[in-house]
Design a protein around this ligand. Structure first.
Ligand SMILES: Cc1cc2nc3c(=O)[nH]c(=O)nc-3n(C[C@H](O)[C@H](O)[C@H](O)COP(=O)(O)OP(=O)(O)OC[C@H]3O[C@@H](n4cnc5c(N)ncnc54)[C@H](O)[C@@H]3O)c2cc1C
Length: 294
């Protein structure tokens, strides 16, 4: 199916994009186009104006400064998967980016588009939630009376295909705390065989001191409308040695953190996804702690 008729405008600055968004209700930003264009072809989105931000160089790039990894919103999954910088300071993200889709998807899809689209089956919302990432957002003021703001991953995702981004705001960059030597992180997913989207994905960051887990962040995605943190699992891990018995006992508790809004489709029932959440979380912690290897 062809998309409905629309105007196209390519911009060269963030302020130009925000100006256009502010004066054209229902306009849409185009980054890599790997979610927006399918949505338009299916007529699930019919924006009268598409604003192509692909030429804004300031939105690209990867850098580390003062313990923070910064990634521009237009940075592609392939650029992240090929970055030795990301590999060195945030291996969980580096590996997750490599596991996205196929080479074509990774070459076009961007980190900003991935999280702004907020597909429950995407990997990066879950990974960035366990990494306690911060989202840098630029607005115009006026309608929202906001200039720029920074939102944590825990607050950024609102629901399925829904974030806190307002109509005239652009996500410009994502900032991620660099992992410390004693922090171990992993993401494991049951991938859809056709697309690699997460049927169930699980991420973990554990801090280990003198063989004891002193802090933990866990989240699962793919089965709930937005990434779901597992506070009960986190509490059960802290203060324990990360043995296979302790990990299995703690991850089994994720069921209580999931709530009742569990996705179900022809590929996997809600009941199956629930069961897989504990298994993928256990895999992630086993890999993070070296109890299992890829
Ligand atoms: C076949 C296929 C397989 C895939 N497999 C996976 C997978 O395994 N795992 C996974 O995580 N993802 C997967 N994806 C999704 C893909 O990785 C892209 O990240 C995703 O399509 C969106 O990124 P994009 O840059 O293409 O955004 P676009 O399609 O250009 O935009 C998506 C949405 O975000 C908005 N937007 C984009 N950038 C910004 C910004 N900077 N500020 C504000 N709003 C913005 C747009 O207006 C639009 O609403 C797959 C996609 C396809 C087509």
């Amino acid at each position: 199916m062809f998309a409905a008729e629309f105007e196209y405008q390519k911009v060269s600055s963030v302020s130009e994009a925000i100006q256009l968004l502010s004066s054209n209700e229902d306009a849409k930003i185009l980054a890599g186009g790997h979610s927006l264009i399918p949505m338009m072809k299916l007529r699930l989105a019919q924006p009268p104006l598409v604003i192509d931000i692909g030429g804004i160089d300031e939105l690209r790039g990867i850098s580390v400064d003062n313990g923070t990894l910064s990634i521009g919103a237009l940075t592609t999954h392939a650029e992240i998967a090929e970055s030795h910088v990301v590999q060195g300071v945030a291996g969980i993200l580096w590996e997750a980016a490599y596991g996205i889709g196929d080479p074509q998807v990774r070459n076009w899809g961007t980190i900003g588009g991935n999280v702004a689209h907020a597909d429950p089956a995407s990997d990066l919302p879950t990974v960035l939630t366990v990494m306690d990432a911060k989202f840098k957002i630029q607005g115009r003021g006026g309608i929202t009376s906001r200039g720029s703001r920074t939102v944590s991953a825990d607050d950024f995702f609102v629901g399925s295909l829904e974030t806190v981004l307002e109509k005239n705001e652009i996500l410009t960059a994502i900032e991620i705390p660099v992992l410390a030597e004693n922090q171990h992180a992993e993401y494991a997913k049951m991938a859809h065989p056709a697309t690699s989207f997460a049927v169930v994905g699980a991420g973990v960051v554990v801090t280990v001191e003198n063989n004891i887990c002193t802090a933990a962040r866990v989240a699962v995605g793919g089965l709930t409308p937005k990434p779901t943190r597992g506070p009960t699992v986190e509490a059960a891990l802290v203060g324990k040695e990360l043995t296979d018995e302790n990990i299995a006992a703690a991850t089994a508790l994720i069921d209580g953190d999931l709530g009742s809004d569990i996705m179900s489709d022809i590929f996997a029932s809600a009941e199956y996804r629930r069961a897989m959440a504990a298994i993928e979380l256990k895999h992630a912690i086993f890999h993070a702690t070296g109890l299992a290897h890829h």
